[in-house]
Design a protein around this ligand. Sequence first.
Ligand code: 2P0
Length: 332
Amino acid sequence: MDKSAVLADWISPSTNPVTSIEHFAPSNIALCKYWGKRNKQLNLPMNASLSVSLGHLGTHTRIVPIDYCADEVWLNGEQLLPSAPFCQRVSSFLDLFRQPGSCYFRVTTRNSIPTAAGLASSASGFAALSKAVNDSFELNLTDEQLSVIARLGSGSACRSIFNGFVEWQMGQRADGLDSHGVSVEQCWPGLCVGLVKVDASAKSIDSRSGMQRTVDTAHLYQSWPIQAAHDLVKLKQAIAEQDFTLLGQTAEHNALSMHATMIASWPPLVYWQPESLATMQRIWKLRQEGLNCYFTMDAGPNLKLLFLNDELEALMRYFPEMEVIQPFGNGR
Ligand code: 2P0
């Protein structure tokens, strides 16, 4: 089943864009990770995941219909070559909404994510683009439908349609219409995410290829969906009861388990740098000394610290360069 067939009931192929629109979508950090697909074409996951959206940090995307024979894609002020992979991904995504050759767009994307943070922008980028397309083509889709659409651009984008905590329900259907984000209606003022950048160089293997390699070659991967399902239950309990220790322990254990499956791939996928491990060891030592701080990591060498506002001052002394986000405000 291809992407257009999945969306046939929601999008009329005769629809034309009516207007230019700008939208914003936040970045998200997964506390229970998405790693591995049961359907590559539709970005359907092997496991459900859970994230927290990063408030005002994310992507602003403007789309303008243009009188030209190709799309123009601008990223952070620079026009991309039509052959650039991101440009091609954006154009194929727009193809889901237009008749072949019927209309083209200038897509201008600006990330408010600090470049030093080392966060992926495809999640917020495809979520913002989905919202813009919804308005431009007057599709009037719900957030859950937009989440399905954003997933077709990039899996983790389905979580960036929502603010706060978001569960990506993996769904069961072959067409994936039940695989989308759902808002977890719970605030946690004072919860902090600290971005600790340890290496600025580009990662060697992108997430898409990395997760495929893991599914194809790591025997250890068989245990991953089982662990992720258990972690999801614990995280939802931690959020409902505002139990920070349970949240931090579960998120850190989940991230390290995902990295264990990566390392068990062949050829091995090791996203860590020596400084990543040194930072983990600092966190473990600080915990022994009484600081209630945990970390999570994605497909790269940087750490995202999880802690409560009470520990902010102490942690800034150890990580003065850290960028801190409080997705629900500081609770004061
Ligand atoms: C996550 N990651 O849950 C996990 C943890 C990276 C590590 O979602 O192929 O860019 O576009 O569906 O969404 C990154 O994967 O992959 C990701 P595609 P995506 O945040």
